[in-house]
Design a binder for this molecule. Structure first.
Ligand SMILES: [Zn+2]
Length: 543
């Protein structure tokens, strides 16, 4: 980095997290060989914190800062540079100079001559121009021997950058389907032009991987190619594309007030993450339907699975939705064996609350899309932050009681009214019984050992005093070495004698298997009234 200082005190700061991924990643751990100099000499830097340095200058000569980053992590939040290609999130690479955050930044990328460099910034002399530091580190950089496939959304050019391809070829009509999903997203927001421009959609197709990260003018996605062999997997890819595309509005520009502006130096507590991820997760299921790439039955299958995951998460009785969002920094991205029993994802419960709110609003003659468009025009387009009071204000205009209902869904650990909301649409949540005996243990099989990974709360395994790390050895005297054998040996038993090892000592316990619900399904109620059918038809539309 090269710049001319305006003050004698220069503070350099490396971001500790990547916007869009709410956990401290301490990117500085990959930095080395840091050196600051001017034309005369190397300058000394005093470290103020792991990611912050101070330099006291005696002259205001131009400065040069150099450092190296070990980029070996192929995630959408960090970076990888290898002989095949480079994929970088600049939040894990670029250093902020205090006082220069809102000034334009010029970027040059040096890459092998046979590589092309792709990034969604305005080209400028020998490189690209970012209007400020925020725009700079919001820029994903991809370089390698690959080109782009252009597509169009409501007449606006977008670029699709494909890294990797499925061995059986891309699904027929793939690019047309992407266009339709993006257009359906614009229609949902009621803004024919997309929020971003020079939009770049980057899809890394890998052997393993799933995820995405949104940017103002781009999204970077990872997906596993084997999933593309099934229609459901392809639908999931379109949902992921829709999810990240919708983030152009919801969270990039329509942002919880606490995140405006971002504080890159520390975690930022914001309950509004439930809205950012919950509403987006709710709509990503609908976008393929509205794009003509899915149908009502598929939507109910996907949405039923989403609601099932909430109903099957005991952690929702401990952690509320607002708490889940506020604790994201230390919980959601740092799973432990107890996570599912003590936490609930703000993505999934957020989508469930979005569903309840949408149905409730529709029963009152309004809808969630109407609320979303109001927030966009009131707080998003102008880049103002919004908070719960702003939601309350609009909800009050629909019904005086709605703010209190929303508060309960956000702050109480009591169940949100999923069954009642489904019923209003002539739908039923139906429990699916587990076919094998329920013991409440999640087991991992490795090298002939069966090790307990999780003991579900209030399960037979917990009552048998089993804990994470126990090695299951035998059931009723029969040696077990695979997970299926555990279920077979418990079948039709009211009680089994379980032999296990803990910290190298042999132990025994009695376990009483039970029957249990395995999942929930969202079914159409054949007895639905005309009123329920009419509301369901309404619910399936993006109005
Ligand atoms: Zn998201």
């Amino acid at each position: 980095m090269v710049w001319t200082p305006q003050w004698n005190r220069q503070i350099l700061q490396f971001p500790v997290w990547t916007p869009g991924s709410y956990t401290v990643r301490d990117h500085v751990q990959h930095l080395h060989s840091l050196r600051l100099s001017n034309a005369s000499s190397a300058l000394s830097l005093r470290r103020l914190s792991p990611s912050r340095w101070l330099c006291e200058l005696t002259t205001l000569e131009p400065l040069t800062l150099t450092y190296a980053i070990e980029s070996r992590d192929l995630t959408v939040r960090t970076g990888l540079v290898d002989p095949d290609f480079a994929s970088l999130s600049l939040a894990s690479v670029a250093m902020e100079i205090e006082g220069s955050r809102w000034l334009p930044h010029h970027l040059e990328v040096l890459a092998p001559s046979h590589w092309q460099v792709h990034l969604p910034l305005e080209p400028a002399f020998k490189g690209w121009l970012a209007k400020d530091f925020d725009a700079l580190i919001d820029t994903p950089v991809h370089a390698g021997p690959f080109g782009v496939k252009p597509f169009s959304v409501h007449g606006h050019r977008h670029d699709l950058l494909l890294i990797g391809s499925p061995p059986f070829g891309w699904p027929e009509g793939f690019i047309t389907d992407i266009e339709r999903v993006c257009q359906a997203t614009c229609d949902l927001m009621g803004t024919p032009p997309p929020a971003g421009d020079r939009y770049q959609l980057v899809l890394q197709l890998l052997e393993k991987g799933y995820g995405g990260l949104e940017h103002d003018h781009s999204a970077v996605l990872q997906f596993n190619w084997s999933a593309l062999a099934s229609k459901k997997g392809y639908r999931q890819l379109l949902q992921l594309i829709g999810h990240e595309y919708l983030h152009q509005w919801n969270v990039r520009r329509l942002r919880p007030v606490e995140l405006r502006p971002y504080d890159y130096s520390q975690p930022v507590i914001s309950e509004g993450l439930w809205f950012a991820e919950g509403i987006t997760s709710y709509y990503d299921l609908f976008l393929p339907l509205w794009a003509g790439c899915s149908d009502e039955a598929m939507l109910l299958e996907d949405f039923g699975a989403e609601l099932s995951s909430v109903l099957m998460s005991p952690g929702r009785s401990i952690q509320s939705l607002s708490m889940s969002a506020e604790e994201a920094w230390v919980k959601l991205y740092k799973a432990t064996p107890a996570s599912r029993d003590t936490q609930i994802s703000y993505y999934r419960l957020g989508a469930a609350v979005a569903f309840c709110l949408d149905v409730r609003l529709r029963s009152l003659g309004s809808s969630l899309p109407v609320l979303l468009r109001h927030l966009w025009s009131a707080y998003g387009e102008s880049c103002r932050g919004f908070c719960r009071d702003d939601l309350h204000q609009w909800l009050t205009s629909v019904d005086m009681g709605l703010p209190a209902e929303l508060d309960q869904w956000l702050d109480d650990t009591r169940a949100v009214p999923l069954e009642q909301s489904a019923e209003l649409l002539g739908l039923r949540l139906v429990p699916v019984q587990q076919k094998s005996p329920h013991h409440g243990l999640m087991l991992k099989q490795s090298a002939g050992d069966l090790v307990v990974q999780r003991v579900m709360h209030n399960s037979p395994g917990m009552r048998a005093d089993l804990v994470v790390g126990d090695e299951i050895l035998a059931i009723n005297g029969f040696r077990v070495r695979c997970i299926d054998a555990v279920a077979d040996l418990m079948r039709n038993c009211r009680e089994v004698k379980l032999s296990f090892a803990r910290r190298g000592l042999m132990k025994e316990t009695l376990l009483q298997p039970e029957t249990a619900i395995e999942s929930w399904r969202l079914d159409i109620d054949p007895q639905a009234s005309s009123g329920q059918l009419a509301l369901r038809e309404q619910w399936l539309k993006n109005v």
